[in-house]
Design a protein around this ligand. Sequence first.
Ligand code: GLC
Length: 741
Amino acid sequence: MTEQQLLDLFHQMTLEEKIGQLVQLDGGCFGTDAMAVGPREKLGVTEETVRNCGSVLNVLGAEKVHEIQDHFLAENRLKIPLLFMADVIYGYQTVFPIPLGLGSTWNPKLIREDYKLIAEEACSDGDMVTFSPPADLIRDARWGRCLEMPGEDPVLISHFSKAMVEGFQNTWEKGKSVASCLKHFAGYGAPEAGREYNTVDMSKRRFLQDFLPGYKSAVDAGCELVMTSFNTVDEIPATANKWLMDDILRKEWGFNGVIITDYAAISELKAHGVAADDAEAAKLAINATVDIDMKTSCYANNLADLVARHEIDEAQIDAACYRILTLKNKLGLFEDPYYGCSVEKRDSVICSPEKISAARKTANRSMVLLKNDDILPLKRNKQKIALIGPYADSLDIVGMWAVHADHKHSITIKQAMENVLDNEYFTFTKGCDFLDDYSSLGEFGFIPTIANGKFTPEQSVIEHENALTLAKEADVVVLAMGEHMLQSGESGSRTDITLPEPQKQLLHEIKALGKKIVLVLFNGRPLALTDIIEDCDAVLEAWFPGTAGGLSICDCLFGDYNPSGRLTVSFPYHVGQEPLYYSQFATGRPANGSTHSGRFVSRYLDCPNEALFPFGYGLSYHKAEYSNLTLSQTKISKSADDSIQVSITVTNTSGTSGTETVQLYLRDLVGSVVRPILELKDFKQIYLGAHETQKVTFTITEEMLRFYTKDYTYQSEPGNFKVFVGPNSAELLEADFSLTI
Ligand code: GLC
């Protein structure tokens, strides 16, 4: 409808109806009247609130959306449609690799195209808003939601959050776009001790410099919604944080879309200890310009009284309500309350060959070859391969947050290998359980996980003996192992980030047989691999590779795809190093180059400072040499048209073609505040034919040198800098330049 028609509608609304738009309930509240009583009463909302409700959480399925919407519109006085929102984070039914894997492609353009495909699937089945992208910077591997983030660097995460928003919203092409909800604003990825939902506390400068850019990039890309995070920011919970939501997000960044809370976050303000009751919690949130209350009754049951007591202005409710109506109008819901979804549409687009192929292509590029002692690529039908491990034939390869995916679409390694190997060259058994004890995983609602069936003691013995027998008969053992799917993701924090015990034990036993081992890893975080890496002849990091995961793993193992993934997170030697990230400060006593000697420098007595596998690292089947780093000039001024051209020569010294991700880092040697020893500023992917040489160029601009200086102005400071270029953050060529006044 036109803007005027929308205004006219708005002016017909009662206060209760406006407040209703600010409420999001789960699908259970909208069942048939008898069915809905339970969820409604449990939530403490009235039938009137349900009749006036603005949006629904995590209901998908064209049939269900039509049924609920029809029932709702029959009851709603002004026929204002419900907005259906869901967690379609990195895939709907065709699931792509987890974002930690998507980041490892270092290819935002590819991911933008993938997210268009995700949007098409999701909206065909009724999704109008997706709670994605998560853009929380991560630096602590103990946190389970590392799974959902592209990595530990602000520049990299900014590229991906932009690409994901653009992919989802897809220029609003009808039937191929969903409104994107950036989350979790802000700083959720830095909980103390890596413990889920724990306090987040850091300097304002670090918050502005490192943790906000990924979110701002999504806002600048036009995300329609932003979700508040559970955590505190400067000791004020984000959901009640007016400085964060109004001053920064709305006023400084110009965001005028819809702010929605995370699950029950308004009610949780009481647990945080900043609100004595629901009314106070509602008042704090509406004053922070939060528009939608997800899954509590705080807004529904208190806003009208707060207006009546003149504790808040009705204008605040009007503003929130109008932003929600504007979003509904932008999606065309007043003309088509089903957003074009239908069973026929869904069945024609879900898991189409095009989408499975895209998922396979991206999964290929997400996998990171961490080790290869000349054993990969494997030789098809020339080596007898024993495929062993709990992930060998598991459908749970989509990761914990593919909550709406039907795992039956997954293609396992076993299925993929059987298709390419003759029987005489292929054997398989699970060999061991994921875990010794599943109880720690707790309950996770409706996750359709399959792999939490524990072996009986008899099965364990049989599987164990089978594994050793098959290993003895094989030339190469491919171990498909990793974290259980529910050991990462939300509420998946771990203090032990090594491979689970039963799997580690079997790996050591097979090594003791003197067998060549290729380990394929499934995990949602960096793992500490120190205690198994020596036993493995090769390690392929597959993350949770998504629906086509088994196909991609075979593509990489047999060389049909030359692994090109590069880490976007640091893998530690030991969990004790966490939080661990490459862009550290030097400290006054750096471990290398300090004027102090021996013990009195910044180090551990029992562990290196560095990562076992550093940011940007990954191997390929080709070999690349970097040489001849040159600068067009060694000085740059602050004038906008000045820049330095950086070039480097990259030579493929092998007979295998492949992709190189050339990375450019900078270091500001002296600042008004301390500056990181290394900061990623740009990266380029090139494809090198056998024995091919290419020259790669970058441009250094003054803008790249800006940071939050001592007085919090965002600017560059004259002085000396180093530029580094190479294949990862630990193998770099360097050169000097300076910024003049
Ligand atoms: C969860 C998550 C958030 C998700 C929301 C709705 O608790 O924190 O990422 O979008 O609730 O399911």
